[in-house]
Design a protein around this ligand. Sequence first.
Ligand SMILES: *[C@@H]1O[C@H](CO)[C@@H](O)[C@H](O)[C@H]1NC(C)=O
Ligand SMILES: *[C@@H]1O[C@H](CO)[C@@H](O)[C@H](O)[C@H]1NC(C)=O
Ligand SMILES: *[C@@H]1O[C@H](CO)[C@@H](O)[C@H](O)[C@H]1NC(C)=O
Length: 451
Amino acid sequence: MYFQRLPLVGFLTTALGLSWNTSSSSASSPTITSPTPNECPTGPALPTNPHLSNGLALTPPMGWSSWNQFGDQIDEILIRDTIQTMASNGLKDAGYVFVNLDDGWQRYKGNRSANPLEADPVKFPSGIKALADFAHAHGFKLGIYSGPGQSTCAGYTGSEGHEDEDAAMFASWGIDHLKYDSCCSHEHAPKSEVQKIVLKMSKALLAQSHPIVYHACHCGWADIWEWAADEGANQWRIGQDISDEFNYPGNREKYYFDVLDMLDRGNELVKYSGPGHWNDYDMLIVGLNGNSSQLVGTGASNIEYRTHFSMWAMVASPLLIGSDVRTLDTYSLQTLTNKEVIEVSQDPLGNAAETVGVGEEAGGDLQVYAKEMLDGSYAVALLNRGSFTAEMSISPRRDLTMPWDQYRLRDLWKHKEGTYDVPYTTEVMPHEAKVLRLWQVQANASMCFFQ
Ligand SMILES: *[C@@H]1O[C@H](CO)[C@@H](O)[C@H](O)[C@H]1NC(C)=O
Ligand SMILES: *[C@@H]1O[C@H](CO)[C@@H](O)[C@H](O)[C@H]1NC(C)=O
Ligand SMILES: *[C@@H]1O[C@H](CO)[C@@H](O)[C@H](O)[C@H]1NC(C)=O
């Protein structure tokens, strides 16, 4: 089933904004040019270069990655424990199936020209294939890490000059995901060179019979979003590493980006994301609580972590948990397993939410993000970036240019819904995001059939 994507572009041209009183009605909304009523949503866009498409990651990959919490201090006991925990605490049922080894699984430090690429026999005495078998037996997929240089970011042997050989080795182990990290070896390389190295591993992976999701990680440099999908990458980071921080302007433009900074970077890049090729806002920080061995930051509040998770779902970023799942507190687990929010992330249409309104009265602190879903509904986030509780509202007619006289609205965190014919208004706490889903209510509901 191939469809053309319906862009949200037109929504930005209408004078949009927030309603500041609860009594505003749809009759006072600005006149807008309406799209054809009952227009069926279109389906996911095709990857742009079918020759280099592996057909994988049609929705944003979900799982866990070892780096944020553990750095290179990983071993097979930790990974098995993680798999068993995720199988029993609801994470697997919620869709988190990738378990990704980041840097530090390798035996040798130093240049590849001097050392082979092998698993560390002390950390992984049973070998990576046995670990992949274990993951598969429990319904998971196993990811691994390498890079295109002589050595990786943590100083272990890289894949330079051995790309085909390494891809074949990963495939023979049953590896399902590769993070191929050029941030350290090619930080100052010109775009053309980065393109070459991304393409080289892409072709090496495509030559294998075992399918491997391909993360081309280049820290948001070399305009990678513009070209990585054409070279077969399924995801690419839009920025440098995330910090364990919701908002820390003083720390920006150093190496680490906080949650709001990452969101702002993504706003310009929405059009590059879609089924099979995703903007990656970096691994989740939910539950790190300032205890990461790798990231700067003193942690965020429960509400802030929940907002971060909600927004990553709205913008269709991969959702890779970065904390220790064995010690996750109940609130974090509830945050990560909200199936209604995950449905927003995993919608087959693959849209990434865009900002459709900014409250100027609040200095841009109040933002409305929206995206169309495959069933014709809209997912909406009312994000309060400011320090004071604010009243925010959403109107399908005013904010989404959908001429819906009546709509059903569900709060995906409260799990409550109602039917409305005026703008919906609610209080949003500082650093909170209300995540809502809106459906048109029609006397004569029309069905959408896809060929
Ligand atoms: C390792 O490789 C780099 C090039 O990537 C080179 O500059 C360096 O001299 C090499 N080190 C050793 C010990 O061979
Ligand atoms: C912090 O993380 C380490 C592992 O990196 C763990 O041993 C320790 O228990 C954690 N502390 C808290 C308070 O979560
Ligand atoms: C559809 O709408 C028409 C009026 O527009 C009404 O007469 C009819 O009963 C409606 N049908 C249903 C099934 O609601």
